[in-house]
Design a binder for this molecule. Structure first.
Ligand SMILES: CC(C)(COP(=O)(O)OP(=O)(O)OC[C@H]1O[C@@H](n2cnc3c(N)ncnc32)[C@H](O)[C@@H]1OP(=O)(O)O)[C@@H](O)C(=O)NCCC(=O)NCCS
Length: 182
């Protein structure tokens, strides 16, 4: 897969992405609200690279992981996750990470917008959703900047570090995407 925005390429992972990926996965701020622990070992990263190799385009019920590359330098600066849901191939869930050295440059918003264009315009999806910890301000602000609508606030809905964390759920419909871009 290859998607193209003004400053970014969104593409399948390459073996040469390993060092960049390991560096940001081992950053405590990046991992804080994510599903892995720091330290994140080279072995874990290699296993992850192996797992994702089998899925290079959207496949219902499976996570597709895409690398975010900065066109100007060729550097891999983050990743996007995309899962078309098994029960309905016109709905997907997304996730996103950008390496800290590149935060606050609009890259997450640009990468998500590029992915949404592909999902809504090319794949004709009906709905895309995402969720995040309510304390992950960067994440929910990014989702809102990309045009997502907050749909739910689940109080103390998941166990994390010996207590319960709360989550925001966000959604966007194809018609909302079209209205936003018309
Ligand atoms: C969330 C994340 C992807 C944002 O990446 P980014 O490239 O810095 O985001 P953008 O530059 O596109 O910013 C989008 C908006 O969010 C705001 N924002 C980004 N990080 C923020 C933070 N830490 N606190 C408050 N606002 C923040 C930006 O200011 C911008 O809004 P504005 O233009 O109105 O000011 C990045 O912080 C990250 O990878 N975090 C760790 C992984 C993670 O938690 N991913 C989400 C899992 S649900």
């Amino acid at each position: 897969m290859l998607l193209n925005s003004k400053r970014l390429l969104i593409r399948n992972f390459k073996d040469s992405d390993l060092e960049s990926f390991l560096a940001y996965r081992n950053n405590a701020e990046v991992a804080q609200f994510q599903g892995w622990e720091v330290p994140y070992s080279r072995e874990q990263a290699l296993r992850f690279f192996d797992q994702i190799k089998g899925i290079e385009s959207p496949k219902a019920g499976h996570w597709l992981q895409l690398a975010v590359e900065l066109k100007r330098t060729g550097e891999m600066i983050g990743d996007l996750g995309l899962r078309v849901i098994e029960q309905d191939a016109r709905q997907a869930v997304i996730g996103f990470t950008i390496a800290p050295a590149h935060w606050r440059n609009g890259y997450a918003t640009e990468a998500i917008t590029c992915l949404l264009e592909f999902l809504f315009d090319d794949l004709d999806l009906h709905r895309v959703s995402a969720d995040c910890d309510v304390e992950n301000t960067g994440s929910w602000r990014t989702l809102e900047k990309a045009g997502f609508r907050r749909e739910a606030h689940f109080l103390e809905s998941f166990p994390m570090g010996g207590k319960y964390g709360s989550e925001f759920y966000y959604g966007m419909l194809q018609r909302e995407w079209r209205a936003r871009n018309s």
